[in-house]
Design a protein around this ligand. Structure first.
Ligand code: FMN
Length: 380
């Protein structure tokens, strides 16, 4: 019996399996509004059998967008198109999650799939092009001498209060949209991670210096999100478990941060890494699994592993070996949105491996496999 394919419960939410669609920015929105692209992109993972689907980093303020094409939740107008996605995911038995965040000094950057600011003047109004000044814990840019990253304005405490309030308002809107789980984005060199890491935070007030001070703002945001989020719904937090830079954030720091997140009611730590210029992260199969394991053991709370986990056998080994409770897929899911359905055929052990397919498709896929002696009909 596969553990990967067995249910997992967090508070009042039971996921039908332990396979999660990792949040992935599409850089395809105008004015922060989800559109047909977001619906189609996310719906296929609901059809594909994912236990939970987490909507991309969604900005709590317009200035908190990584690019002008990010999703947002800074107004009530953003709720209906997200609610449509939630409804569909739930109709397929997938839990609907959303990652909320603020890009800080990495905001107002180029659309990733474009690679640079190459919008023509004619195209700019069509794609909703916008450019704005950025903010951060300190006036240190993400990259030196960069055409893309500006020198941020160092946030005053009153401005931090506004961002804090925006996280709360976005959380309430995510609840109204019907989401089952919320994930606080404190990874990848974005605002909350900028506060955590000495690489970006050189403040001399109560929010900089010691680890306790650097954690103060991210933890107060996470606590406010937890308090604004219904008690029966889980809250996850994504962290970069290490910067990969001398003098930067470390796994030991992550364990302390994860314990503090646990104390304020976080249900799971989603363990990624990196996000600052010059970070040395060696990438290979399952490269971040040891980080999820270290945080799980060190902080004694559930984790999610992510990062080049591509085969069902690898994912099964992650949960069975106790490195993590959930496995998130990003690029592999883009490559095969039906990954969980295929995993069920590959891992075996279920009475009817086609039962999880959408009703409209499962019986005919079975007929095809039988006719061609494929998968469960393979002859020895
Ligand atoms: C196109 C794309 C967009 C991404 N956007 C986000 C995002 O919005 N939030 C986030 O935390 N990570 C984001 N990531 C990182 C993924 O969630 C994931 O952690 C990473 O791709 C490693 O997993 P993988 O090897 O399975 O792709 C993005 C990755 C890709 C490929």
């Amino acid at each position: 019996m596969s553990l990967l394919l067995s249910p997992a419960t967090f508070r009042g939410l039971t996921l039908k399996n332990r396979i999660v669609l990792s949040p992935m920015c599409q850089y395809s929105a105008k004015g922060g509004l989800a559109n047909d692209h977001h619906f189609a992109h996310l719906a296929r993972f609901g059809l594909g059998g994912f236990g939970a689907v987490i909507v991309e980093a969604t900005a709590v303020t317009p200035e908190g967008r990584v690019s002008y094409a990010d999703l947002g939740l800074w107004s009530d107008d953003h709720i209906p198109p997200l609610a449509r996605i939630v409804d569909f995911l739930r109709s397929q038995g997938a839990a609907a999650g959303i990652q909320i965040g603020h890009a800080g000094r990495k905001a107002s950057s180029a659309v990733w799939w474009r690679g640079r600011f190459d919008e023509t003047e004619a195209e700019k109004p069509l794609v909703g092009f916008e450019d704005w000044p950025t903010v951060g814990p300190s006036a240190i840019p993400h990259a030196q001498n960069s055409a893309e990253y500006k020198v941020p304005h160092a946030l005053a405490p009153s401005e931090m209060d506004d961002i804090h309030a925006a996280f709360v308002a976005a959380t309430q809107r995510a609840d109204r949209a019907g989401f089952d789980l919320v994930e606080v984005h404190s990874a990848h060199g974005y605002l909350l991670h900028q506060f955590l890491s000495p690489i970006a935070n050189q403040r001399e007030d109560a929010f900089g210096g010691s680890l306790e001070n650097r954690m103060r703002f991210p933890l107060s945001v996470a606590k406010a999100v937890r308090d604004a989020w219904p008690a029966e719904k889980p809250m996850f937090a994504r962290i970069s478990a290490q910067d990969g830079i001398d003098g930067g954030w470390t796994v030991a720091d992550s364990i302390i941060y994860a314990r503090a997140l646990k104390d304020i009611g976080a249900d799971l730590i989603d363990c990624s890494s990196g996000g600052f210029e010059g970070g040395k992260i060696s990438v290979g199969p399952g490269y971040q699994v040891p980080l999820a394991q270290a945080v799980r053991e060190g902080a004694d709370l559930p984790t999610m592993a992510v990062g080049l986990i591509t085969t069902p056998a690898e994912a099964e080994a992650v949960v069975r070996g106790g490195a993590a409770d959930l496995v998130a897929l990003g690029r592999e899911a883009l490559d095969d949105p039906n990954w969980p359905l295929h995993a069920r055929l590959e891992l075996g052990g279920s009475a009817d491996p086609y039962a999880e397919w959408p009703r409209q498709a499962g019986f005919v896929v079975r007929h095809k496999d039988r006719a061609l002696n494929l998968r469960s009909f393979e002859k020895d």
